[in-house]
Design a protein around this ligand. Structure first.
Ligand SMILES: Nc1ncnc2c1ncn2[C@@H]1O[C@H](COP(=O)(O)OP(=O)(O)O)[C@@H](O)[C@H]1O
Ligand SMILES: [Mg+2]
Length: 256
């Protein structure tokens, strides 16, 4: 692909005899909100874990901006790849603000984030870190909850907190694992608004989502996995009309 920001080549990962991710080669288009769909157990979260460095692959390569992406999650975060988890796990007794401040801050000068907020970088390091965390909390509408224990906020607010933590790193690419699952419709709309705003400012997203309405409205292109393999790439409308995809869903275990 001419302008791929994130690529994989022959990515494989097994758990025992199970090939959870099986020879996945794909290009994520710069500036896209790419939807990653597929039935439960298709390997979507495992693929994210491989991309984010949570799991080592058995084989294959990953590149971000044409440079090999390897090493631990922190190194990949620093390189510009952020990810959220399907099940958020904040430090429950720490405040919302402290949870955001735990994330290392991107060091880029003219960042997307700076562009959105138009702030200089003249503050002291610690104060700057705190101020940035507050600005990001404000952006994700969680500023009023900054001092609340993170364990006491709602599931939807935890998803927004996850996004806030990721934004501390000035990511070029953000991987979102089921952002709308279990989130009330109002917070889902808030989250979607933030994703669209960040995307308009240049951030690329890969979004795992089961809600086809969400995928239809916000994702282009759509990549489908089944049994660890890429079985479809195209528009959301094409995905909905694709018989192989329907078969994959019908043949899949139903656990959610
Ligand atoms: N850490 C693990 N150990 C063993 N099996 C796993 C592990 N993680 C995922 N799997 C298995 O790999 C397959 C793909 O899982 P996953 O990537 O979570 O699928 P998805 O996110 O598409 O629902 C499933 O069969 C799952 O049970
Ligand atoms: Mg999953």
């Amino acid at each position: 692909m001419a302008d791929a920001i994130l690529t994989t080549r022959g990515l494989c990962r097994s758990f025992g005899a199970l090939r959870a991710v099986d020879d996945v080669t794909l290009d994520v288009r710069r500036g896209s909100i790419t939807g990653l769909i597929g039935p439960n157990g298709a390997g979507k979260s495992t693929l994210f874990n491989l991309l984010a460095g949570v799991l080592p692959p058995d084989a294959g390569e990953i590149a971000l901006e044409g440079r090999p992406l390897s090493g631990p999650p922190e190194a990949r975060f620093a390189a510009g790849l952020g990810r959220t988890f399907q099940i958020p796990r904040p430090f429950a007794r720490m405040s919302v603000l402290e949870n955001v401040m735990l994330a290392p801050m991107g060091q880029t000068g003219e960042t997307l984030w700076g562009a959105i907020l138009g702030r200089g970088k003249v503050r002291g390091e610690e104060a700057r870190h705190r101020a940035r965390a507050m600005e990001i909390l404000d952006f994700v509408t969680l500023a009023p909850l900054a001092d609340h224990p993170a364990g006491q906020i709602s599931g939807g607010q935890m998803k927004l907190l996850e996004l806030a933590r990721v934004l501390m790193g000035d990511p070029r690419v953000i991987l979102l694992d089921e952002p709308a699952a279990g989130v009330n419709p109002v917070l889902t709309e808030t989250l979607i608004g933030k994703i669209e705003a960040l995307n308009a400012a240049g951030t690329t997203f890969v979004v795992i989502e089961h809600d086809m309405d969400f995928v239809m409205r916000h994702c282009d292109p759509v990549i489908a996995l089944a049994e660890g393999r890429v079985i479809f790439q195209g528009t959301a409308a094409e995905a909905q009309a694709n018989p192989a995809l329907l078969d994959a869903y019908l043949g899949a275990p139903v656990d959610a």
